[in-house]
Design a protein around this ligand. Structure first.
Ligand SMILES: [Fe+2]
Ligand SMILES: [Fe+2]
Ligand SMILES: [Fe+2]
Length: 423
């Protein structure tokens, strides 16, 4: 079973990222379009290089998807744009198939005059990306731009060469007009249609997308991978077929993708949510459906979007009951609860083993959760949690390591007049 086609994995990510913040809608796409046309005009790059640079440009602000960074980023002159550059770089380096070119993101706000001080094979691309980014920010603020406005920065912010490439590419392809009349989207679709990825790369892109959602809040960084692992382990012990296991795995991986639209103040509310807040929180399931429905196989989709349904019909969003809910769907409902109960949240500490089991048994006795699945969970709880721990510890360590690396690079950025070399 093909989980996603090559082009759909990019489309899925584009759709998700465009939903994060209203101020940033399509910014990544427009910047990657501008860069694409500049590189196409220049013509020096192989198809593979072109793909990896253009896709990197699509994700260039992935480090800003913690909302507080966005305000900084959409101003033309800002004091600290390095936070999201460093975070985005580390994120791509650790959690994506774009590891090799991730330095482009690290340097995408560095002025031309400073770029000469850094050691990277991607100076030119980083500089083009910087220019493409600033052109789009100007477009966001003014809808049209006078390119000569950028000439005053020649040899300071941007090189003469990059300004020239942009102007000539603009003349040849009418980049700004295509952005303003939305034709650029069609062109990008065609470009991404030619993308080919291995199934590992597709998995890595999905993993990257999931991390970018979970990492928005400290409290949820481990939620999805814990849920996936617990679901996998229960599924194996219930002897699901290969196909069911695969659907369960990807359904679990994508189940909270709609949370990309949930405001952080709600994800991190240090108390019980009010009714209106709860409605916003619950909306993540409908958003997951909206994001996934055009791209994902229906079996996986239904597993993903039914994790808050309950056998007695008391769940949401559809209030389905046991006549509609399959075993993999019932497994995910329980795995999601286990992951949430045993994790720390803004409103509660981690619950210990017996408390988790008590809550699950209470809900099973009330007719909400599946007996068969729960029997397996009760019987194998320690084994399942132990296996989950071993499968997720690497990500936890990678996340902790990322925070350490961030501090080191940020200090070097500030102290050494940007002449850092990345590690
Ligand atoms: Fe940026
Ligand atoms: Fe959920
Ligand atoms: Fe969840």
């Amino acid at each position: 079973m093909n989980i996603l086609t090559d082009k759909n994995v990019i489309n899925l990510i584009r759709k998700s990222l465009n939903l994060i913040d209203k101020r940033l809608i399509h910014h990544g796409e427009r910047v990657c379009y501008i860069l694409y046309k500049m590189l196409q005009y220049k013509g020096d790059y192989s198809k593979n290089e072109l793909f990896s640079f253009v896709i990197t440009a699509l994700f260039h602000d992935i480090g800003a998807y913690k909302n507080e960074e966005i305000d900084n980023m959409i101003q033309f002159e800002t004091s600290d744009v390095y936070g999201h550059s460093i975070y985005g770089y580390l994120f791509l380096k650790e959690f994506s198939p774009l590891k090799d070119v991730s330095e482009i993101v690290l340097y995408h706000h560095l002025d031309y005059s400073k770029l000469s001080l850094v050691d990277t094979p991607y100076k030119v691309i980083a500089e083009y990306l910087h220019l493409a980014d600033r052109i789009d920010i100007s477009l966001i603020n003014a809808e049209t731009i006078n390119v000569s406005r950028f000439n005053k920065y020649e040899n300071e912010k941007f090189s003469k060469e990059s300004l020239q490439i942009f102007c000539e590419a603009q003349e040849t392809y009418e980049i700004i007009q295509n952005i303003n009349n939305n034709n650029y989207l069609k062109e990008l679709d065609q470009f991404f249609e030619q993308a080919t990825f291995t199934s590992e790369e597709i998995d890595q892109f999905l993993y990257m997308l999931i991390c970018s959602i979970d990492f928005r809040s400290e409290f949820t960084v481990m939620h999805t991978i814990t849920t996936v692992s617990v679901a996998d382990e229960i599924g194996k012990r219930l002897k699901l077929s290969e196909k069911e296991l695969k659907s369960l795995h990807y359904g679990a991986l994508l189940h909270d993708i709609g949370k990309i639209t949930t405001p952080i103040r709600i994800l991190e509310a240090p108390r019980k949510l009010t009714d209106p807040e709860m409605r916003v929180m619950r909306n993540h399931v409908e958003m997951s459906e909206y994001i996934l429905k055009d791209y994902i196989d229906s079996e996986i989709l239904e597993i993903a979007i039914r994790h808050h349904e309950r056998l007695d019909g008391s769940g949401y969003p559809k209030g389905l009951d046991k006549t509609n809910l399959t075993i993999p769907q019932r497994i995910l409902a329980i795995a999601d609860m286990i992951s949430a109960l045993c994790g720390k949240r803004s409103y509660k500490d981690e619950f210990e083993r017996n408390k988790v089991l008590d809550i699950l048994i209470r809900d099973t006795n009330a007719g909400k959760l599946c007996n068969i699945v729960m029997e397996c969970v009760i019987h194998y709880y320690d084994e399942i949690m132990n296996d989950m721990y071993h499968q997720t510890i690497n990500q936890l360590n990678a996340y902790k390591g990322l925070k350490e690396q961030y501090k080191t690079i940020h200090n070097r950025f500030l102290e050494s007049n940007f002449s850092l070399s990345s590690e």
